[in-house]
Design a protein around this ligand. Structure first.
Ligand code: SF4
Length: 252
């Protein structure tokens, strides 16, 4: 299936080239964004429940809005699973309003708090093996694979490669896309491709770098000229010199 904002890859890399390619891309991104600030980096995030609540609040909105809602919940003393279960839903909705869809976000925060409670508390839940933790999260209302994997990777510090829209867009343009373009297919491409080279730290940094890259350069309309990946990118090659396939000047 072709994607309207991506060029067709020049060729489909085989598995070993794909592995080298994924690691090469990681190193190129690490060189560019290695000192960048990413809100879920271990030394930036305030704690695991902040990550969990943030992963829910950021659904369908920007991180800035999610962070403002997090701050409102924190200031009201509600950023805690027990508090979320004890308080009336209307009060949580009011605090979550700035993140958009406040009723839905409030219900999802309550649902994840109930999952934590059923597991015996936050520490007990985060101590579960990654597959069981992921399964419990996926069984929670409003938690899909991207949110579940963000929680597994950043809140629990366990291996789960997070696939988001930024990842799909950037890697499709690079010509590295799985045959099966489902969430699991994309995730398998990274997990199998990185193999033993994939650690929790690398997964965290790789995903963070992708987000920073997609916001800085690989936007809906990409800025390919200064991109560290341009030499290996099918899309970037068509836009080299700031001119796209139609001959129009690319606006960054
Ligand atoms: S060269 Fe352009 S399309 Fe390719 S990854 Fe860089 S910004 Fe994205």
């Amino acid at each position: 299936m072709s994607h309207p904002d991506t060029a067709a890859p020049a060729e489909v890399p085989d598995v070993s080239r794909r592995r080298d390619g994924l690691l090469d891309i990681y190193h190129a991104l690490d060189e560019r964004y290695g000192n960048g600030v990413w809100h879920w980096m271990p030394d930036v995030a305030r704690g695991p429940f902040d990550v969990i609540a943030g992963a829910v609040l950021v659904q369908h909105t920007s991180w800035d809005n999610a962070e403002r809602a997090l701050n409102a919940l924190r200031a009201a003393g509600a950023l805690d699973p027990t508090e979320l279960l004890a308080r009336p839903i209307d009060g949580i909705e009011r605090l979550a309003r700035v993140s958009g869809m406040p009723r839905m976000k409030a219900e999802r925060l309550r649902a994840v708090a109930a999952t934590i409670d059923a597991a015996g508390g936050l520490n007990a839940m985060l101590a579960l093996p990654a597959p069981e933790l992921r399964e419990r999260l996926l069984a929670t209302r409003g938690i899909g694979p991207e949110t579940a994997d963000a929680i597994v990777l950043y809140a629990a510090g366990k291996p789960a490669f997070v696939i988001d829209a930024y990842t799909r867009r950037t890697f499709a343009r690079l010509g590295l896309r799985p045959d099966d373009e489902s969430y699991n297919g994309w995730q398998r491409m990274f997990v199998d491709g990185l193999g033993e080279g994939g650690s929790v730290e690398l997964y965290q940094r790789y995903h963070g770098h992708i987000v920073l890259h997609a916001k800085a350069l690989c936007r809906a309309t990409p800025r390919c000229d200064p991109c560290p990946l341009r030499a290996r990118c099918a899309e970037g090659q068509t836009r080299v010199g700031g001119v796209d396939q139609t001959g129009s000047t690319v606006v960054g």
